[in-house]
Every structure is written in structure tokens, then in C-alpha cells.
Design a binder for this molecule. Structure first.
Ligand code: UDP
Ligand code: MG
Length: 135
């Protein structure tokens, strides 16, 4: 089934000039990019996006990081887009991510792990709406 997911290139990867490589990988994996924008979230916007993690010990640091520089948000379309994108990214912790995954290649810590992807159809719809609200 063709589905949509929300992908983000995080500030660490943008600063390392990995934007082009990551977008190339997205296209090579057969995704259609149906939305794309560069944003610099403020702290409140980062907190809103990660509201699901508000009670976690990493919430403050994560939202500082996500509002520390530009990000690129994208809507990706493909067969099984949600699980496929998570496979391409690899495990949350780059140290545990499979060789060849984006987080293994480009991440530097469990926080600064280069990319984001939605984890379920419900989350994908909510996250896409967060950045691409229909007028
Ligand atoms: N994160 C963190 N410390 C942790 C777990 C997660 O800083 O112990 C950050 C990391 O950037 C991760 C994000 O919080 O990508 C969201 O966490 P989640 O568990 O949803 O991981 P993901 O779905 O991104 O793999
Ligand atoms: Mg998650």
C-alpha cells in the first residue's frame, strides 16, 4: 500500500552538509518527495512536535537540539513508506544502527542521530499535519 511518512533531516546533518546525500538516498530508495521545506523551529515549535516525549528525561535537551539550527522536513511517499524509511534510518542510537543506515553513517549520538521518521500511520498523519497543515 502506498503510504506517506514525515522525514526530517536534523540540525546535526544540515550542519555537516549531508542534506544532498540524504535526499539522494531518499530518491534512490524509491520514495517520491511530495513536500519539502527548510525551517528553523523555535523552542516551542520543537516542544510541540515532540510533545509525545514530554515526560522523558531527554525532552529538554532534544528540543534544544532540534531548535538549534535549520531542519529539512519532507513528506515521503512509497509502498510501506513508514517502515521502509525507519529501516533506511536505522536504530535510534547510531552505535546500534545497522551498517549502511543513515544513522549509523551520519549520526553522532543517540540525540544527534541525523534523521527523523514517523513510527505509525497515526503518528505520520499527525506529524505531516504539524508541518503541512491544509489551509
Ligand atoms: N532521543 C534522545 N535520547 C534517548 C532517546 C531518544 O535524545 O534516549 C532523541 C533522538 O533524537 C530520537 C528522538 O529523541 O530520534 C525521538 O526518540 P524516539 O524514541 O521517538 O526515537 P526515533 O523514533 O527517532 O527512533
Ligand atoms: Mg519516534
Amino acid at each position: 500500500m502506498v503510504e506517506k511518512t514525515l522525514a526530517i533531516i536534523k540540525p546535526d546533518a544540515i550542519k555537516k552538509k549531508l542534506t544532498g546525500k540524504i535526499i539522494q538516498r531518499i530518491e534512490d530508495e524509491g520514495f517520491k518527495i511530495s513536500g519539502l521545506k527548510m525551517l528553523h523551529l523555535n523552542k516551542e515549535e520543537a516542544k510541540g512536535f515532540y510533545i509525545i516525549h514530554k515526560d522523558k528525561q531527554f525532552y529538554e535537551s532534544l528540543t534544544d537540539f532540534m531548535s538549534s539550527g535549520e531542519i529539512v522536513t519532507m513528506v515521503l511517499e512509497r509502498e510501506d513508506a513508514i517502515s521502509h524509511w525507519r529501516q533506511v534510518m536505522g536504530a535510534t542510537d547510531p552505535a546500534l544502527a545497522e551498517p549502511g543506515t543513515l544513522r549509523q553513517m551520519f549520526g553522532s549520538s543517540i540525540e544527534r542521530n541525523a534523521a527523523h521518521g514517523s513510527d505509525s500511520p497515526t503518528t505520520a498523519e499527525w506529524e505531516i499535519n504539524y508541518f503541512y497543515k491544509k489551509e
